[in-house]
Design a protein around this ligand. Sequence first.
Ligand SMILES: [Zn+2]
Length: 308
Amino acid sequence: MFHTNRYEHSRGFIEYRTELLTGIKSRICPERLKRGIGRPDIPDYPDEGCPFCPDLVLEATPAFPDGRRVQIGECITFPNLFPFSSYHIVSVISRDHVVRRFSARQIRDALSAQVQVLSEVPGYVSINWNYLPSAGASLPHPHLQGLADPVPDTLPQKYLDGSKQYYSQYGISWWGVLKNKETETSRRLKGTNLFWYAHFVPIGEKEIRCILPCTTVSDFKGHIPDFAEDLIRILDFFQDMGNNAWNMSVFFGTETDRAFFSAFATIIVRINPNSLCTSDTAFMEKLHFEPVILTLPEDLGKLWCNNR
Ligand SMILES: [Zn+2]
């Protein structure tokens, strides 16, 4: 399912890895961790004028066509004022402007709101999270974004096409084969409700994926409590390692993809906010489309097992 090639050099090694299904490549260079960039730090972002804070949110954000917003617990959900998708919603997760540790309830309510709205929309759906400005959040106030489009985006398209072809060739689901293969490896995160593991060919730093036991966004509804509980443990794990910023996407298929596609979640950590605006994304990621990763997925799995 994967290829790997190790290049040894005087101070360590580089692993070149390829995922055969999609052709996605990345390279892992643990020596670069020693540069020591990205110290743990969440600044105190001022809440003045924040459109997601409780005193402004109903004034500053649009409502759905029926004039309402969806409210579940602390979470409030509405259309994105500046969409980049044919259907684009925002769920403000918390009343607090800055949250350092999330509760499973906050995550559950926000995901439930996203699923409630996105289940009614046709097309290819994803639920996404940029946490903190260094991860691309334009507002520091925690929020999820739900997207739907008639065609899948580039990454899920690769997995949809690849797994459809795999299914027609072998008559079984690539996702089932992957799950079986990963079960006994050091990349597996043991003790979780759902199936989580560090992906062999990471597309971002400390990437952890969940293979969901379902395909469509409507199917996901019943798995939200388990997913939220696991996600909190994983975010705590990241924060315990000093990683305070992350991106998450959960990709869903449609009814026609059910035989060969599993919905899946991916989470990567991003550089912590820093005063120089140092980025963790450079020409390799933006122009070569080939991520440079610092942490071996096998080491991440071992750290999880040692710390839990
Ligand atoms: Zn706010």
